[in-house]
Every structure is written in structure tokens, then in C-alpha cells.
Design a protein. Sequence first.
Length: 200
Amino acid sequence: MARLTLRGLGELQVFIDDVPIRSFESDKVRALLAYLAVEADHPHSREALVGLLWPDCTEEAARHNLRQALFNLRLTLGDHTAKPPYLLASRNSIQFNRQSDYSLDFALFNHYFSEWEKGKGQKTAISSRLLPQLEEMVDLYRGEFLQHFYIADSSEFENWIVLQRETSRQQMMDVLACLANERESEGDFQAARRYALRQL
């Protein structure tokens, strides 16, 4: 069974069984994949997706563009042979399938941050269970969310990217501060300095 790996922290990277995928027809196809994967908690109406990615097109042209982008995306990912498929598409909506065989660094990053938020104030929990997750968050953060990725003719999509970038950047700064303080309190000044320098 093919495994899909998506990396959105830093430049967008897509792999199938560790083989990089670069045959996307356009940036709009890549944008569609990134948006669906990150916002996978509910189906997205086709109307909303065409408004997100093709706001300046006529409705007929935008719907055609979405159909073509979805066709290329499914073809590129081998979605027709994936069991279960990566994408769940109906006549009215499209959703990324969370039951498919995939990983998304951005989702894991956010999960770890949520766990840390819940555990704040519990010193032993941070040291024993959450500290390794915070360190993994630092490793996952290769750069800004979808770094250097822009869709010039879609302000709504750009606004979505900016929000994700700013949120994840602030989360990263908070985690680095926590790790620097934690390592300093343990007397590991070299590690504390490393995290402080990463903040800078």
C-alpha cells in the first residue's frame, strides 16, 4: 500500500513511498492538495473551493478548473489505486480522507502543541512525556508554512496561508522559549543556548 507523506512546514514537499512527487500540473493543484490536507476535518463544498482558488473566473470556468485540478491531483497521487483513497469526492464536496495512509507534518506539529497547551503547569508531565514531543516540533519546523508558495490571483487563499504561517511561527517561538528555559533549569546550557539562538 502506497504511503503519502506531506510536508508543509518549509517548502511544500510531497512523497509517495519516500519518492518525491513533482508532476503536479500547476500550483493550483498543489494549493488544492495543501488546503484539503490541512483542513481535513470536514468536507469542502465545490463552490467554496472554486471561490478560494479561482475567484476571478466565471462560475462555469472555475468549476471546470476545479474538475481538471482534481483529476490531475488524483492521477498524480495514484488515488484510484490507494486503499483507502486519499480524497473523498462527491458531486457537491471534496474532503481529504483522514483514514488513508498518509502523514502530514503540520498536523503532527499542531497535535503536539495542543498536548503541550493542555499539560502546561504540570512540571513532571512536561519533563517526562511532552518534552520529547516539543523537541520533535522543533525538528518538524523546517521553515514557515508553505514557504515561498504564493497564488497571486487568490487573496482568500493567501490570507489562509498567512494565518497558518503566523500561528505556527508563534507556536514555534513559544516552544523554543520553553525548551530553552527547561534545558537551562537542568544545567544543560549548550542545549539552552541552541534553542535561544534558534529563536533569534
